[in-house]
Design a protein around this ligand. Structure first.
Ligand SMILES: Cc1ncc(COP(=O)(O)O)c(CN[C@H](C(=O)O)[C@H](C)O)c1O
Length: 344
C-alpha cells in the first residue's frame, strides 16, 4: 500500500538533484565562515529576502529563537499572536533561552490587529517590562496557512517603528504566501526587520532555515548560534540542497495549493466542515462540526496508508507537499468517502 503523508510539509525527501548537490558540494569550515556553499546560500537568501545579511540555521525554531536572542534582553516582553508557532510550539524557548516573557494578542486569520497591538505595547513605567520585539507569522499555521496581506503587516510595522520596537517575521511558509497571493516576497519582508524562512518545508530541503536581517543583528544571531552549539563545520552539504530549495522550488508551490483546494472541495462535498479558506497548502477539518471522532478518523486513515495529524482540540490538519499528486488527492477522497459511508 502506497503511503500518502499529509501530516506536514516537513516530511518530504530531498529531490535527486538535491542529493547530487549534497555529494558535489564545495565545503569548508563554516565556523571560520569558509564554507563557500554556505556563503553562497546566505548571500542568495539575503538578496531574495531584501535584507543586508542572512544566516543558515538548523530549523525554523532555531531561526526564530536566534531572532529573539539577538533582539531582546532578559526581562523584556515580546508580543505575539496568540496562536503563533513561537508561542505554542517552541517549547517555551523564548523564556528558557532569552529570558523574555510573552504577551499574546488575538489574531484575525493570523493577523495582529493594530488596536490590539497598541494596547499591548508597554509604556515607560518602572513597574512594567519593556516591549523588546513584535513577532508576526506568515503564512499562519494555526489559521490554516492563511496569508497575512502586506497592508496588514505594514500597519503593525508602522506602529512598531513609531515606538522604536523591532519586528520579526516567522516566515516558515512565506514563499507559500507569495505564491498564493502573487505578491513578491520582498513586498512582505519590507515590513519586518528580521525574517525566518524554512527551506525544509514546502521548498523540500532536507534540513535548514534562513534568518535574514540587518548585518549587526545577524552577527549577534551567529554568535548566539555558536553559544548554542550551532556552529557548523562543512555545512555546505546541507546548504547545497537549501540553495536548490530557495532558487528552484518556490515556483511549484502553486501545485501544492491546487491539490489542497481540490482536496478541500471534495471533503466539503462529503459534508465535512473545513474551517479555513485553504489559500495555500493547509486544510483544517473541524471534526466536532463534522460530527466525526477525530482519533477514529485518523486511525482509519492510517489503516489505509494515509497519514494526517490533529491540530488544536477539534481539527484534523492535512498539509500538501511536493510528493502529493492529483491521484493521491483522489485516493484520499475515495477513502474518506468509504469511511463516511461506514459511519452512517
Ligand atoms: C509557522 C511555523 N514556524 C516555525 C516552525 C518551526 O519549524 P521547524 O523548527 O520545525 O523547522 C513551524 C513548523 N511547524 C511544524 C508543522 O507545521 O508541521 C510543527 C507544528 O512544528 C511552523 O509551522
Amino acid at each position: 500500500m502506497k503511503k500518502i503523508d499529509l501530516r506536514s510539509d516537513t516530511v518530504t525527501q530531498p529531490t535527486m538533484e538535491m542529493r547530487q548537490a549534497m555529494f558535489d558540494a564545495m565545503v569548508g569550515d563554516d565556523v571560520y565562515q569558509e564554507d563557500p556553499t554556505v556563503r553562497q546560500l546566505e548571500e542568495t537568501a539575503a538578496a531574495v529576502l531584501g535584507k543586508e545579511a542572512a544566516l543558515l540555521v538548523t530549523s525554523g525554531t532555531q531561526g526564530n529563537q536566534l531572532a529573539v536572542l539577538a533582539w531582546c534582553r532578559p526581562g523584556e516582553e515580546i508580543i505575539l499572536e496568540e496562536n503563533s508557532h513561537i508561542f505554542l510550539y517552541e517549547g517555551g524557548a523564548v523564556s528558557a533561552l532569552a529570558g523574555v516573557q510573552t504577551r499574546t494578542v488575538p489574531g484575525v486569520r493570523g493577523a495582529i490587529q493594530p488596536e490590539d497591538l497598541m494596547k499591548a505595547i508597554r509604556d515607560d513605567d518602572i513597574h512594567h517590562p519593556d516591549t523588546g520585539l513584535i513577532c508576526m507569522e506568515n503564512t499562519h499555521n494555526r489559521a490554516g496557512g492563511a496569508v497575512v496581506p502586506p497592508e496588514s503587516m505594514k500597519a503593525v510595522y508602522e506602529i512598531a517603528k513609531e515606538c522604536g520596537i523591532p519586528v520579526h517575521l516567522d516566515g516558515a511558509r512565506l514563499f507559500n504566501a507569495a505564491a498564493a497571493s502573487g505578491i513578491p516576497v520582498q513586498e512582505f519582508t519590507q515590513y519586518v526587520d528580521t525574517v525566518q524562512v524554512c527551506l525544509s518545508k514546502g521548498l523540500g530541503a532536507p534540513i535548514g532555515s534562513i534568518l535574514a536581517g540587518p548585518r549587526d543583528v545577524i552577527e549577534r544571531a551567529r554568535k548566539w548560534r555558536k553559544r548554542l552549539g550551532g556552529g557548523m563545520r562543512q555545512a555546505g552539504v546541507i546548504a547545497a540542497p537549501g540553495l536548490i530549495a530557495l532558487t528552484k522550488m518556490a515556483d511549484r508551490l502553486a501545485e501544492d495549493h491546487k491539490h489542497a483546494r481540490q482536496l478541500a472541495q471534495g471533503l466539503t462535498a462529503m459534508g465535512l466542515q473545513i474551517d479555513n479558506q485553504v489559500e495555500t497548502n493547509i486544510i483544517l477539518i473541524n471534526m466536532v462540526k463534522s460530527g466525526q471522532d477525530r482519533e477514529a478518523f485518523l486511525r482509519q486513515l492510517a489503516e489505509q496508508g494515509i497519514l494526517a495529524g490533529g491540530m488544536g482540540e477539534e481539527h484534523v490538519r492535512f498539509v500538501t507537499n511536493y510528493h502529493i499528486t492529483a491521484e493521491d488527492v483522489q485516493t484520499v477522497l475515495d477513502t474518506v468517502q468509504q469511511m463516511l459511508k461506514q459511519t452512517v
